[in-house]
Design a protein. Sequence first.
Length: 616
Amino acid sequence: MQRPALLVHVFAALLCCSPLLAAGQAAAAAAYAPQLAPCPAGFSLVREAGTEAQSQTLSQGEREYISAKQYTVLPDAWKSYLSSVEGSASGSSLPAYVSEILGGNYGWTAYPRLGIAASGGGYRAATFGAGVLNALDGRNVSAVAAGTGGLLQAATYLTGLSGGSWLVTSLAQADFPTIPDLVFGPATANSTGFGGWNAVYSLLEPSNDPIVNAAYVLDVIGEVGDKNAEGFPVTISDVWARALSRHFANGTDAANFYDTSATHGAGITFSSLPNLDTFQTYVQPFPILVSDSWSPHGNFSAEADLEDAYVPLTNPIYEFNVYEFGSYDPMLGAFIPMANMGTTNESICVTNFDQVCFVEALSASLFNEYNSSAAALMNSSIYELIEILEELLPQTLIDYTVGIVPNPFQGLHPETFIDTNETYLQIVDGGEDDETVPLQPLLVKAREVDVIFAIDAASDTEYNWVDGSSIIATQERMAYFAGTYSFPPVPPDNSTWLTEGLTTRPTFFGCNSSGASGAPLLVYLGNGGPPLGETTAYTNTSTEQLAYSADELEAMLSQTFDVATQGIPSDTESGWEKDPEWAGCLACAVVDRARERQSIERSGSCQSCLERYCWS
Ligand SMILES: *[C@@H]1O[C@H](CO)[C@@H](O)[C@H](O)[C@H]1NC(C)=O
Ligand SMILES: *[C@@H]1O[C@H](CO)[C@@H](O)[C@H](O)[C@H]1NC(C)=O
Ligand SMILES: *[C@@H]1O[C@H](CO)[C@@H](O)[C@H](O)[C@H]1NC(C)=O
Ligand SMILES: *[C@@H]1O[C@H](CO)[C@@H](O)[C@H](O)[C@H]1NC(C)=O
Ligand SMILES: *[C@@H]1O[C@H](CO)[C@@H](O)[C@H](O)[C@H]1NC(C)=O
Ligand SMILES: *[C@@H]1O[C@H](CO)[C@@H](O)[C@H](O)[C@H]1NC(C)=O
Ligand SMILES: *[C@@H]1O[C@H](CO)[C@@H](O)[C@H](O)[C@H]1NC(C)=O
Ligand SMILES: *[C@@H]1O[C@H](CO)[C@@H](O)[C@H](O)[C@H]1NC(C)=O
Ligand SMILES: *[C@@H]1O[C@H](CO)[C@@H](O)[C@H](O)[C@H]1NC(C)=O
Ligand SMILES: *[C@@H]1O[C@H](CO)[C@@H](O)[C@H](O)[C@H]1NC(C)=O
Ligand SMILES: *[C@@H]1O[C@H](CO)[C@@H](O)[C@H](O)[C@H]1NC(C)=O
């Protein structure tokens, strides 16, 4: 993990010309403000989800969504994926059980349950993740031709963290467009629909003109004023939310980027996403975002044994899904309705707090890393932003460098929940414990995930490639929660990942029987180097790069497509070649736990594939 440099040169410009909190942003500010009203009769805030793995329960909404998806969408989705695999080079040689399971011979309850996880790492990770999803998308003819297309449609869950949360949220709230339409905006885009990522505008300094930037920053800060006036602390994470909203939520395109009368995505809530067509029809994988907690009571001896770990592995990890906010970690095991995030009691209910832009900002808030000491903070480039915020919206007793959510879990599990006495939960970037791939929600036993496609585009090495650190951190965390989660064994040190080349080719973990532990099989795809024999690398840009041209994004998506479709490439006399068996081998991994459930022996090309792709 690494801090982005946020260079906000607002100072001089600010002092001259700002009618502070101008009328312009009134609409956005009002739309961003939470609302308070008496709770409905019989309202119940906290749902105890259970602290024992074997008895934990999912929300009713999630259970209904997953089960409806399973019998209405998955039968066709798995058949389409299967025909994509069978049309690929290795498709005809697969053992019969692959087509029997995916073809539905054993019924819809026997399908594999697939989760896809998109890592953090700023725009680099969002784009790498998008490129991989594109290669798995059944709507993309090149992906179908490669034999990987259709897996996205067959996925039950899609998790995102930090940069990956921008990908997952923008995709979900835009009603699941194709990846090119997501990144660049659909041809028919207008200023009320989704206008694409608008990546050419830098996240905090969109213009080359400091005056324009100063006005922009003031505007964005002004948009959090009404939330504060309603009695909610606002911090730099709220300001960040309003900036991210112009890129990863509906309502902004090139034509209205600086339009102060537009709402720029304010008012779109996470809990409203089930109203979208692709939710109503169960087409979307169920989206989940992840954040860490920055608790004053954390056990800092329990940090990952890696560079740059900030948050102890024993702190609760929070998840946000369209129905609920909370944590399955056994210290807490509790949730509240997502629509009521911000609520702390059963008399006054808060709504409109769970804005998509705020949630994706919570998942991507690294600002506390600047605040290791007052001197270090003052030295940092975000300090000016905090100063303006303090000036305009003075508040006492809050840490401006973390995201703040009123604590709905006060008094709960006092023996184990470290924030049981806190008025506010302090929430920070989901990767601050060094688990940059959001695997946690997919390990919850009640979700019964069989196979996880882990997309890792963190920046671990000097040149912004991965070295396995994220997965190592997850394995270290599992040691604290052995009774709750199961995870396949992975190499415990980055040198093994690097010397065995596990980051430059897809690697499977946990191919040995899941056994009694029920660990899912992990398909790991890292951003470990350029594809095939290519010498120019496009996908290892710095996390600090906050703006991209369309050409840069095209080049990244195109290289990522090759990374995701090459398998273990081979160096032949005529040059580098993609593995012709990759699509078939991936299908073998996808069905493997489902195969085991039917007590079918692994056989044929799946046997050799898993030997080749599995780490042991
Ligand atoms: C499919 O993916 C390729 C490779 O990234 C891209 O060039 C193409 O535009 C995509 N097609 C569709 C229909 O999304
Ligand atoms: C966002 O815009 C797209 C069209 O680009 C639309 O289909 C979708 O419903 C909108 N989402 C929300 C939450 O308004
Ligand atoms: C803009 O796009 C949205 C979502 O696709 C659509 O509902 C709306 O009618 C469009 N507005 C105009 C003015 O074209
Ligand atoms: C903090 O974590 C360390 C390392 O796991 C452990 O040895 C210690 O017992 C923990 N302390 C408390 C108070 O839980
Ligand atoms: C491996 O991780 C260690 C500890 O985080 C770090 O110091 C080292 O630089 C990493 N090695 C490589 C080759 O990146
Ligand atoms: C309930 O929550 C509201 C909103 O946060 C707050 O104003 C009120 O004081 C709380 N009531 C009680 C009894 O705690
Ligand atoms: C402040 O920044 C300077 C220059 O980058 C650096 O040398 C110094 O150590 C920093 N001070 C603190 C307290 O971080
Ligand atoms: C920095 O962190 C400390 C300790 O959490 C907190 O009290 C302080 O308010 C923070 N500084 C800012 C400017 O947010
Ligand atoms: C919470 O407060 C109670 C009462 O002051 C105290 O006994 C307990 O240790 C506190 N728990 C935590 C986790 O801080
Ligand atoms: C990307 O990787 C290449 C090759 O490893 C390296 O030469 C280049 O400097 C890297 N770029 C960045 C921005 O780290
Ligand atoms: C898988 O099982 C084989 C044989 O039972 C064993 O040799 C190997 O070490 C196991 N691999 C892992 C990663 O557990």
